[in-house]
Ligand binder design. Structure first.
Ligand code: PLP
Length: 481
């Protein structure tokens, strides 16, 4: 075991299994444009977080040193993406950039109808009302917060159904993002045709960016077919998921990421996707349907809804240059060297946390490290939001912005208006793509270790003084208890 202060690069791991790396994987790129960031003083940060009503979404980004609020749209694009942007065709209808993206999308995913949208939730907004209404349910391995919101806005009710080990941060097993297939069949037997859609989220963001295995994707697809329920893949981190299948699932080590992706998407009828994740663009999304002939009504309704909410269906709320960046990112996001480096960053931080006994959702997932705030602050109850407490402490400690993926985020029951107790209290350190270096990761680790050391002195959590009815964590105001 290594103590704090020793060089982390020489750290040797003593973990069970053969699928963990701990040495920092050197960047497969060099940097040719930089953006200055600055560290504030502890005193300044205390003032800023108070002014922000203890909601990290209210901070000005200049007041943040390392921004781990999200990996969504925050990555550094490649030189190929930037140069493609100059080729953007800004035609309102029938643009060249649109056709290029559709061609790339069909090539990679093999779906018949592809609709660009401005981001993932726009696809959800269009699709969910076409599948759900009052009295219907959506069953997912876990709904992401915007997906949950759009299920509810469509009149439906979300049911989360991840495998039991997915809820146990300390249990280090593979594919903790999987759907619980046994329970899925029970739910279907119970609710009959009230289930409007099954949603397979890859990777499982709310469970810690945990991957879903190919076997699980196939099983869930077969169940959906058996009961004739539409299966939608929430595909934001499809490339990271494919990387885990290649690394950890029996029989895929010698399969290319491209082929793994094709097989993964064969186990769905449709997908919604935030391209701000694995296409590594600052803005973009996709909605796709596998068979446009069998579902032509659905496709027509998607086009109509897109025109109403997003813009004409050949641009879907995006500029031609953004469509171009997506057409390049779709391929670059699947490169082996890039994915090895990216997952390596998470493994590196995880290894430092292991050495210090900081508990996180393990093994680490694809896009961030989810710290178990329940383990850090066992004395703070869910209704005082321990994961939000840790997020605030990380900001105070080192100017790091993270976010709560716990009871604070999950909000109130839409029927009873009571605070829901989340399965987890995670503080998510989401890692932007190709942005931060090894030294930044050491700042993160040092800050977490320092907070762990003084955790018992933080006695109480926070209360909400104002909140909107849905997706409250983005806007709510809090105060110390
Ligand atoms: C980010 C994300 C979304 C929503 O996408 P936006 O681009 O933020 O609107 C939906 N599902 C998952 C799993 C996500 O990670």
């Amino acid at each position: 075991m290594r103590g704090v202060g020793q060089s982390p690069t020489v750290l040797k791991k003593e973990r069970e299994g053969d699928f963990f790396m701990s040495k920092y994987v050197a960047e497969p790129f060099r940097i040719k444009m930089v953006e200055p960031i600055k560290m504030t003083t502890g005193e300044e940060r205390l003032m800023k977080i108070k002014e922000a009503d203890f909601n990290l979404f209210n901070l000005a980004s200049e007041d943040v040193y390392i921004d781990l609020l999200t990996d969504s749209g925050t990555g550094a694009m490649s030189q190929e993406q930037w140069s493609a942007m100059f080729l953007g065709d800004e035609a309102y209808a029938g643009g060249r950039s649109y056709r290029k993206l559709i061609e790339a999308g069909r090539d990679v995913f093999n779906y018949d109808y592809i609709q660009p949208v401005h981001q993932g939730r726009a696809g959800e907004k269009i699709l969910m009302p076409l599948l759900l209404k009052e009295g219907k349910f959506a069953v997912s391995n876990m709904h992401f917060d915007t997906t949950r919101a759009h299920v509810i806005l469509a009149g439906g009710r979300p049911i989360d159904n991840v495998v039991p080990e997915g809820k146990l941060p300390n249990v280090r097993s593979k594919f903790k993002g999987n759907m619980d297939v046994e329970r899925l069949e029970e739910l279907i037997e119970e609710k009959g045709d009230k289930i409007g859609v099954i949603i397979q989220t890859i990777t499982n963001n709310s469970a810690g960016g945990q991957p879903v295995s190919m076997k699980n994707m196939a099983e869930v697809y077969n169940i959906a077919k058996k009961y004739n329920i539409p299966l939608c893949i929430d595909a934001a981190r499809f490339a990271e998921n494919a990387f885990f299948i290649k690394r950890d699932e029996e029989g895929y080590r010698n399969t290319s990421i491209r082929d793994i992706v094709k097989e993964m998407f064969s186990y769905g009828d449709m997908f919604t996707m935030s391209a701000k994740k694995d296409f590594n663009v600052n803005m973009g999304g996709m909605l796709a349907i596998k068979d446009d002939k069998a579902n032509s009504d659905l496709v027509q309704n998607i086009k109509a809804s897109c025109i109403n909410f997003e813009g004409f269906y050949t641009y879907g709320g995006l500029s031609g240059r953004e469509l171009e960046a997506m057409s390049v990112g779709i391929y670059q996001g699947m490169e082996d060297s890039y994915l090895t480096y990216r997952i390596g960053q998470m493994e590196y931080l995880a290894a430092r946390l292991d050495a210090a006994g900081v508990v996180y959702q393990s093994p680490v997932g694809g896009h961030g490290v989810y710290i178990d705030a329940k383990a850090m602050f066992p004395h703070i109850p869910y209704y005082e939001f321990p994961a939000q407490v840790l997020a605030i402490e990380l900001y105070k400690e080192a100017g790091i912005r993270s976010c709560d993926i716990g009871s604070y985020m999950i909000g109130n029951d839409p029927d009873t208006n009571e605070q829901i107790e989340s399965e987890f209290e995670f503080t998510r350190l989401a890692v932007p793509r190709q942005v931060y270096t090894q030294a930044h990761f050491d700042v993160m680790a040092d800050a977490l270790i320092a907070i762990k050391e003084r955790a018992s002195t933080i006695e109480r959590g926070y209360k909400i003084t104002w909140q909107p009815p849905i997706l409250r964590h983005f806007q709510a105001k809090l105060d110390k208890i």
